[in-house]
Design a protein around this ligand. Structure first.
Ligand SMILES: CC(C)(COP(=O)(O)OP(=O)(O)OC[C@H]1O[C@@H](n2cnc3c(N)ncnc32)[C@H](O)[C@@H]1OP(=O)(O)O)[C@@H](O)C(=O)NCCC(=O)NCCS
Length: 176
């Protein structure tokens, strides 16, 4: 049997002109941690900059941390669990408010899907807080559907929505 190609394994990916992913350097983790702590959903939980910095600074095999750079500036972060459940799980994705709504997230999503398909993966996964309507709309527009409601997953009284995008020919067909 042939091994699936390694995905998300390069130190740098060009996404669109002016937008690139670069493997996060240890000293950049604090920058991303501060950014995430200041925006929802993380601000609302809340998670502190120190907690998020330490999470981004961890080196986990199979869960690379990337900076999203726009015109060379660090404007976002991405963590992907490359082999979660028959496909990758997008663990963290955010852009700084100043660059949101400019289709950069869509371009990054397109890249993630392309990588997953390249390895023959069957699914993409993500979870979003139920109050994060913008993110749920974003993922739905990109072909994700709700598959589970997960109460009290991150905090008591808070609910996460698990979303899945099927990458197979069966996508969209009823299972009934
Ligand atoms: C969600 C996110 C990655 C999308 O990237 P983006 O580059 O802003 O999105 P695009 O420009 O490609 O697409 C725009 C769509 O994204 C969604 N969106 C979510 N938050 C948004 C925001 N703050 N500004 C603009 N669009 C947003 C909307 O569906 C929007 O479409 P609409 O304007 O028709 O409603 C980005 O907005 C972001 O970082 N948001 C805050 C953090 C977050 O919620 N991350 C997801 C956690 S699970």
């Amino acid at each position: 049997m042939m091994n699936a190609p390694a995905i998300f394994s390069q130190p740098r990916y060009d996404i669109t002109p002016g937008v690139e992913l670069t493997l996060l350097k240890p000293y950049e983790a604090a920058q991303v941690g501060v950014m995430f702590a200041s925006i929802d959903p993380w601000a609302r939980y809340p998670f502190t900059a120190a907690q998020l910095t330490s999470f981004f600074a961890q080196v986990e095999p199979g869960a690379p941390r990337f900076a999203i750079r726009v015109d060379g500036n660090l404007e976002g972060g991405l963590i992907v669990r490359t082999n979660w459940f028959r496909g990758p799980y997008i663990h963290m994705l955010a852009l700084a408010p100043g660059v949101q709504g400019r289709a950069i997230g869509s371009a990054v999503m397109g890249f993630i899907e392309k990588e997953a398909r390249r390895a023959g993966e069957r699914n993409l996964w993500v979870a979003a807080s139920d109050f994060n309507e913008g993110a749920v709309r974003f993922y739905t527009r990109h072909g994700f559907t709700h598959v589970a409601v997960l109460p009290d997953l991150v905090r008591d009284g808070r609910t996460e929505i698990l979303l899945r995008k099927q990458l197979t020919a069966a996508a969209g067909k009823s299972i009934l």
